[in-house]
Design a protein around this ligand. Structure first.
Ligand SMILES: [Zn+2]
Length: 105
């Protein structure tokens, strides 16, 4: 759900929804379990698409902020496939120096 004028995005973030999703899968009613399974499948497909995309775009890295723990995609500073030396978190704006801190790659 998005508003055009104020541009307020109230779409819940998956990491915020995940406790509810887990609860549904563990102790939910049959229809909640069904919804939960469908949602996990959908999230897995999207996560795979992201992994595939970053594989074909070596300048992109999936990283996890060591300050706030948020996973995000960043562009390597050196476009010629060089090492990603440092990046700024888009959530907490802290600087991360990153060797061996990629979440998935
Ligand atoms: Zn952060």
């Amino acid at each position: 759900m998005k508003q055009e004028m104020g541009k307020i995005d109230i779409t819940p973030r998956w990491e915020e929804l995940s406790p509810l999703l887990i609860e549904w899968l563990e102790t939910g009613k049959p229809e909640q379990k069904k919804l939960g399974r469908e949602e996990v499948k959908r999230i897995a497909e999207l996560a795979q698409a992201l992994v595939d995309y970053t594989k074909s775009h070596p300048e992109l890295r999936v990283v996890k902020c060591k300050h706030c723990g948020k996973v995000q995609v960043v562009k390597s500073i050196d476009k010629s496939m060089g090492e990603l030396i440092a990046w700024t978190c888009t959530h907490c704006l802290e600087q991360n120096d990153c060797k061996n801190e990629e979440a998935k790659k």
